[in-house]
Design a protein around this ligand. Structure first.
Ligand code: SAM
Length: 273
């Protein structure tokens, strides 16, 4: 059910890159601060998507360092390589690979990042253990996951509106999977049991912004992660759910007509023991 493996969906993902970069900036900055990426470092970007984090990492490590981005989606990796080439950033390598079975020698990297990825792997322990293995001893790892649904009204409105039509949601839906790692206590334990020490987990807030209510509704209709949630409904129930979503969104329209939803991410950090 991954929405990232087709070229069309990757193109859609890239069209929304600027807004996502703005929305994710506070969490990304926190991840970069916690991992303290220095010039010359060798860094792994796990599930790097179209390369936005890898490009930032490349600037930080400079020409004497290197960034390796991996992603399970070939179109995402192509997009990363295109972006790196366009900017002349030779220090970026990108490979199609599964985060659950990293094929690097032990102790290869100084640091690793995984922004909004860990929720989508089936084997969290295997993935975290693999990341810890490929880090040098003391190497730093920061992950970002979606925080509690209560802190993310945009998503809770969509989910509640569909459930309100008496519809059971399939737990394999991307939107529900995205919410799987909201619990900081559990996530810290997962890091620790994979061999990370000095583990901390903290909420970072930001704003999801749309020019107007219709722009917010358009994204609900166009982003596969959201449209998949009401796909199974009858036409009548779908209309009712979309009306319900629009009513919920109206509470977030501000005086200037712009819609601003508070959002929260969970940033979790650990050092490889
Ligand atoms: C929400 S996107 C985040 C992309 C990027 N980290 C960012 O923040 O812009 C999730 C990414 O994880 C990738 N992904 C999902 N499962 C994966 C796996 N098992 N191994 C590697 N990448 C995976 C997807 O292809 C997608 O590019």
């Amino acid at each position: 059910m991954s929405g990232w493996s087709s070229r069309a969906e990757t193109e859609h993902w890239m069209r929304t890159a600027e807004e996502r970069a703005r929305m994710m900036a506070p969490a990304t900055e926190r991840m970069l601060a916690l991992t303290a990426i220095a010039r010359g470092a060798r860094v792994l970007d796990v599930g790097g998507g179209s390369g936005e984090v890898a490009l930032q990492l490349a600037e930080l490590v400079g020409r004497s360092g290197s960034v390796v981005a991996i992603d399970i989606s070939a179109p995402m990796i192509e997009a990363t390589l295109d972006a790196a080439r366009a900017r002349g950033l030779d220090q970026i390598e990108a490979h199609v690979a599964d985060a659950q079975s990293l094929d690097f020698s032990s102790g290869t990297f100084d640091a690793a990042l995984a922004r909004n990825v860990l929720m989508f792997v089936d084997d969290l322990h295997g993935t975290l253990s693999g990341i810890r293995r490929v880090l040098k001893r003391g190497g730093r790892f920061a992950a970002c996951t979606w925080a509690d649904l209560q802190l993310n009204p945009f998503n809770s409105i969509v989910i509640e509106a569909v459930r309100g039509q008496g519809h059971e949601l399939d737990l394999r839906l991307e939107l529900l999977r995205a919410l799987a790692l909201w619990n900081p206590v559990n996530l810290k334990r997962s890091f620790q049991s994979a061999g990370f020490v000095d583990v901390v987990s903290e909420h970072v807030t930001s704003v999801r912004r749309y020019e107007g209510l219709q722009a917010a509704m358009t994204s609900i209709r166009n982003i596969p992660m959201y449209s998949d949630v009401y796909r199974g409904l009858s036409e009548e129930d779908k209309r009712a759910a979309l009306n319900e979503i629009e009513r919920g969104f109206e509470h977030f329209v501000e005086g200037d007509g712009v819609v601003r939803f508070p959002i929260a991410s969970l940033v979790t950090f650990g050092r490889a023991a």
